[in-house]
Ligand binder design. Structure first.
Ligand SMILES: Cc1cc2nc3c(=O)[nH]c(=O)nc-3n(C[C@H](O)[C@H](O)[C@H](O)COP(=O)(O)OP(=O)(O)OC[C@H]3O[C@@H](n4cnc5c(N)ncnc54)[C@H](O)[C@@H]3O)c2cc1C
Length: 380
């Protein structure tokens, strides 16, 4: 029986394990490795920050992973040799027939001078908890939200944070005493979807949030609480940043990033195969022409699962990565919008937008529930 080793039990790794369990259980042995003991959705960090959820409440323990044909192992990947598919962890050595790297993206907060000393973030659960604590003692002033580098996870997330911050400060009666500014190096919030961008820009303007696109932040001056952009300096009382993203160290060290843009893993965008036979990379760590988001990692996992099944059955592989996914966007006050993007299946990307509603808020809850069920428990 062939072995498929999946490194990383995040959006991509969990979807791939579920697909293989559904379609080729009994034909392959699937081992999934992650150094954490549980999975947390990216958007749960927003729930921790703004909706009073606890880290334990949003964590799904990997002990719940009971899919047929799938073994979970809590281990840290310490080295990968893509040429021989030899993987070392802190507890074991592996030489699988098929290796899938789904280790996600790490952060490099030190890449922006002053950010570690004087900035807050909500891109980790710990960061969201720390910022939540800081906001409880915030009594008014200037909050600057800055996107420090591109690409970053979930392009709508900083805009969601700005809108939810507005609602929180209104609730606490200190919105009038607070100036909120969002600074982004990108030309628009969601470049692939003009209708989504327009809705977010309108929502920010209605709430008095100042939005500065096309503006790159170079550094913070912690002593004077100043943001330095390429054109000016902006004073702040509280700086919240989306840190620069990068591949995890173990990926950086293994050579898989050779040929990829800006230090991401080079893949064939149609199949997610790397240049090493039997080695794929999916999700945030891969240099596929899609944003970094769980839904695209999930779609990549489906493509790779179909490719693996075709190889096992000796049939030609017809799976082609479409880069499709539905992203939900929090607008505050229980209202959620939705953008349905398709990056690669047509002649050009398109991404229609559905305006915020409480029905879509429920759809987002259902989205998380179906993933939890599919990834951790039974088929379909
Ligand atoms: C605030 C926020 C909001 C978001 N909202 C959304 C949203 O609404 N919709 C959406 O689709 N996406 C959203 N995302 C993005 C989404 O969370 C990621 O894009 C997605 O998780 C990527 O999936 P992945 O499988 O590539 O990586 P991940 O899900 O990050 O999984 C990688 C796994 O690898 C493990 N790992 C890393 N290094 C090692 C190692 N050395 N050894 C062992 N294990 C290791 C990690 O523990 C992790 O579990 C959001 C992200 C954030 C931060």
């Amino acid at each position: 029986m062939k072995t498929v080793l999946i490194l990383g039990a995040g959006f991509g790794g969990l979807e791939l394990a579920a697909q293989l369990s559904d379609n080729v259980a009994g034909e392959v042995r699937v081992i999934v490795i992650d150094h954490n003991d549980g999975f947390t959705f990216g958007f749960s960090k927003i729930d921790v920050l703004f909706k009073g959820h606890t880290p334990d409440g949003v964590r799904i323990p990997y002990a719940e992973l009971t899919r047929p044909g799938v073994e979970f192992r809590q281990e840290r990947v310490t080295s990968i040799d893509p040429a021989t598919r030899h993987v070392s962890t802190d507890r074991n050595e592996y030489r699988p027939d098929i290796l899938v790297v789904a280790l996600g993206a790490d952060y490099d907060p030190a890449a922006t001078p002053g950010f570690v000393e004087d900035g807050y973030d909500f891109y980790t659960v710990e960061g969201a908890c720390r910022l939540r604590e800081r906001l409880t003692s915030f009594t008014g002033g200037t909050i600057v939200l800055g996107i420090l580098s591109v690409p970053f996870k979930c392009p709508p997330a900083p805009f969601e944070a700005a809108l939810l911050l507005h609602s929180l400060l209104v609730e606490r009666g200190i919105r009038d005493a607070t100036h909120i500014q969002l600074i982004s190096p990108m030309p628009s919030p969601i470049p692939v979807s003009p209708s989504t961008s327009e809705a977010l820009i309108t929502a920010m303007s209605e709430r008095g949030i100042v939005y500065r696109p096309n503006t790159k932040i170079h550094s913070l001056d912690p002593a004077q609480h100043l943001v330095r952009t390429d054109t000016d300096t902006v004073p702040y009382d509280l700086f919240i940043g989306v840190p620069k993203h990068r591949v995890p160290d173990v990926v950086q060290a293994c050579g898989l990033t050779a040929g990829g843009n800006d230090g991401w893993i080079a893949v064939d965008p149609a199949t997610l195969a790397t240049r090493h036979p039997g080695v794929y990379a999916i999700g945030d760590c891969a240099d596929a022409p899609v944003p970094r988001a769980g839904v695209y990692a999930e779609d990549a996992a489906r493509t790779v699962a179909a490719d693996i099944a075709a190889h096992l059955h000796g049939t030609p592989s017809t799976a082609t990565y479409a880069g499709r996914g539905v992203c939900y966007i929090e607008f505050g006050d229980g209202q959620v919008g939705k953008v349905e993007a398709d990056f690669l299946s047509g002649p050009k990307p398109h991404a229609p937008f559905s305006g915020p509603s409480s029905e879509l808020a429920q759809e987002k809850v259902d989205f998380a529930r179906t993933r939890r069920h599919r990834w951790f428990h039974h088929s379909r």
